[in-house]
Design a protein around this ligand. Structure first.
Ligand code: TMP
Length: 207
């Protein structure tokens, strides 16, 4: 099977970090050669852009600037890390990718979707994830879990209305592309979430 490009998505506090560890354990158990990376980030330049995007130094950043910086970070990440790994036959497990731009900049910030589509085409060509796991939970549950962590970043401090638009956008995308974007009910405990993830990975790892 060709090297798979797998992305993990979801709103704040849905448990991406713990579930990423679980996915790694499934890949390890199957002897898959893979890398783990994240967006925005994944290269020194893209991580520097992440700091600008998530930090509080540029709180009033224009929405278009935010969108363009996300894609600048992505262009670097795709060129330097994602494509080379896939070409070498390594699977890529990426914590967020372009679906996050549709959800946060398109849904949350309400930017024109056609702009995002244009940038996606420009920066990615025909590169798309093979599989996207969408961890989904009501915004209140995510907020309660995320609230227990450290100081909120520039996105985490947005209001519930923003995150409801983010969630709705993710779910709408999953409806349009149900084969690629698999929705996981992340409102329950970790064991129930992991069981759903295993069910998705079992056939993939067996083939
Ligand atoms: P996280 O990876 O720790 O969840 O933080 C990344 C933040 O950046 C998260 O709030 C979502 C946001 N983000 C966007 O707004 N657009 C994007 O394209 C990506 C990749 C992330």
């Amino acid at each position: 099977m060709k090297a798979q490009f797998i992305t993990l998505e979801g709103s704040e506090g849905v448990g991406k970090t713990s579930n990423l560890e679980y996915i790694k354990s499934l890949l390890d158990a199957s002897g898959i050669d893979y890398i783990v990376t994240r967006e925005p980030g994944g290269t020194p330049l893209s991580e520097a852009l992440r700091d600008l995007l998530l930090g509080h130094d540029y709180k009033g950043m224009a929405d278009d600037t935010e969108l363009l910086l996300m894609f600048a970070a992505r262009a670097e990440h795709v060129a330097k890390v994602i494509k080379p790994a896939l070409e070498k036959g390594q699977w890529v497990l990426c914590d967020r990718f372009t679906d996050a731009t549709y959800a946060y900049q398109g849904g949350g910030r309400q930017l024109d979707v056609q702009r995002i589509e244009g940038l996606e085409q420009w920066v990615l060509g025909d590169l798309r994830p093979d599989l996207t796991l969408l961890l989904d939970a009501p915004v209140e549950i995510g907020r309660e879990r995320a609230g227990k962590r450290s100081e909120p970043d520039r996105f985490e401090q947005e209001r519930d209305a923003f995150f409801n638009r983010v969630r709705d956008c993710y779910l709408a995308r999953a409806e349009v592309e149900p084969d690629r974007i698999r929705v996981i009910d992340a409102s329950g405990d970790l064991a129930s979430v992991q069981q759903q993830i295993k069910q998705i990975f079992d056939p993939l790892l067996a083939s």
